[in-house]
Design a protein around this ligand. Structure first.
Ligand code: MN
Length: 297
């Protein structure tokens, strides 16, 4: 999803220094709400990562939640736009969205499906709703690629709902494992350098579990239904909790909740970002623009 209407300024951040990985349970390092935003041809969404209060969380560049049963909030969709230098991960909870790209890929995202696109050196694609009414709900996550993979050949993974396994790691808990592993259940996404972990967890009232997380990887939880106790904090619907370092996170919910829990290995590389292009230097951004305008995607 590109900010086609109002391109943001070029943003450059420097590489961060690695720190010794911590063990022990993780805590909430920061929590906050998403911000109302509009993208594509006017789709209303909530920007959770990639907003002023939470610009990014290496290797995550953006997290959008979309969810509306009002067609005017989504019907215009995301017409043709480019991407280079990172991955886009769309997880549909409800609704139907048609994807088409200039590499000949086409797919229909239905409820419970995941689309994992690695644009690498460049694709041009559209993401358009294939419904005129009813609920459209889901997430799009932007995952950075390391410098060595930014210009890789474009790759497209369309994952049907039945290919996403469900783990039952504790009584009253079901978890769809999209990427990484939970309770011996491995997700279908073939992941790269950022070693992503992405699960969609449903907690029945009173359920509790502890999820192991790789020390040193950045992680967050986002509650999209109900209210959950995440580590030492309470997250209401619509709030993200960025976790401190550690080897696990405790989750409970007195009243029931649904949340996504996501983690990844930080790249610690400089980030130069302009709309749908995410590179390491401003020169590479200029090149991305020139290549796109010359039709070289
Ligand atoms: Mn897109």
């Amino acid at each position: 999803m590109s900010d086609a209407l109002k391109p943001p300024p070029i943003r450059v951040s420097r590489a961060t220094a690695p720190q010794a990985a911590a063990t022990g349970p993780r805590r909430i390092a920061w929590s906050g709400a998403g911000m109302a935003a509009s993208d594509g041809a006017g789709v209303k969404l909530t920007r959770v990562i990639g907003q002023p209060a939470l610009a990014d969380l290496d290797p995550f560049l953006m997290l959008d939640e979309f969810g509306s049963d009002d067609p005017s909030a989504y019907i215009a969709g995301f017409p043709d736009h480019p991407h280079r230098g990172f991955e886009t991960v769309t997880y549909m909870l409800a609704g139907r969205m048609r994807h088409r790209d200039n590499k000949g890929n086409e797919g229909l995202l239905t409820a419970g499906s995941v689309q994992w696109i690695t644009p690498g050196r460049g694709i041009v694609h559209s993401e358009m709703p294939e419904q005129e009414e009813g609920l459209m709900q889901g997430f799009q996550l932007w995952l950075n690629l390391p410098a060595k993979d930014k210009m890789t050949a474009p790759r497209y993974q369309d994952i049907a709902p039945e290919r996403i396994p469900v783990a039952t790691p504790a009584p009253g808990v079901t978890a769809k494992v999209i990427a990484g592993e939970l309770a011996g259940v491995r997700g279908p996404v073939e992941a790269g350098a950022t070693e992503p972990f992405y699960v969609d967890i449903r907690l029945e009232p009173g359920a509790a579990l502890t999820v192991p997380l790789t020390p040193g990887h950045n992680a967050f939880a986002y509650v999209y239904e109900g209210q959950a106790e995440v580590a030492d904090g309470v997250l209401e619907r619509g709030r993200i909790g960025v976790l401190s370092d550690g080897d696990s996170v405790a989750l409970t919910s007195a009243s029931g909740a649904r949340l996504i829990l996501v983690a990844g290995k930080p790249l610690r590389e400089p980030v130069a970002k302009y709309g749908p292009f995410v590179m390491n230097t401003t020169d590479e951004l200029r090149q991305a623009f020139a290549d796109y305008q010359a039709g070289r995607f």
